[in-house]
Design a binder for this molecule. Sequence first.
Ligand code: HEM
Length: 187
Amino acid sequence: MSTRTIHSLLVAAAALTGACAASSPDSEGGGEASAQTEAETHAAETSACSRYGGPGEVGGVVSEHIVPALTGDCRVSAMFTSLPEPAQVHLVECLTIQVQELFACEGASYAGAEDSTGALCRDMVSAHAGLGITNGDFDAVIEDIVAGLQAAGISQADIDAVAPAVLSTRADMVEVQTDALSNSSCG
Ligand code: HEM
């Protein structure tokens, strides 16, 4: 992935921060409304998203840690680096929304989400159809995602909490039942 692409991904992640930011509490409100806002604020603070600094920081985990783990892994990197740049940006923006939803960032919802150009983030079956993804590819990507989360300082407990949702997508993506890699450039 080019430096320019990485830069545009970081810009996109910053833009997504705004898209997912929680509505600000009404500081002038009193009584019941204020109490409700406090309760909502408290609930939001306890989400994994809040504990890791909010949607922007969680989005940064994708662009700064998960993407480098994927593009630096010769087992699967070619699958991603061979995409045209707009498709790379689209993928990272959509993956960012997925991770923000996994971390319970307020307002982040993958189903029906769009990238910054308005292109729909596809469901996992549609997005991966015809790519010939193997079980070996899937395992490698999972390892890279976990490595990225660990490098970002996400606790093992929080990784374990999101693991079932991520792992449950295997059947949506794997088309070839083999542990071999489909597009390795490891040499
Ligand atoms: C749990 C694991 C995975 C997650 C969460 C994930 C997530 C995503 C997302 C969000 C997109 C963008 C959807 C869209 O285009 O609208 C995407 C596309 C893509 N994914 Fe995955 N993916 C996973 C596994 C894999 C694996 C194992 C490979 C292959 C090694 C792979 C290769 C690709 C490619 C090449 C695209 C772009 C397809 C295109 O533009 O036509 N993904 N993925």
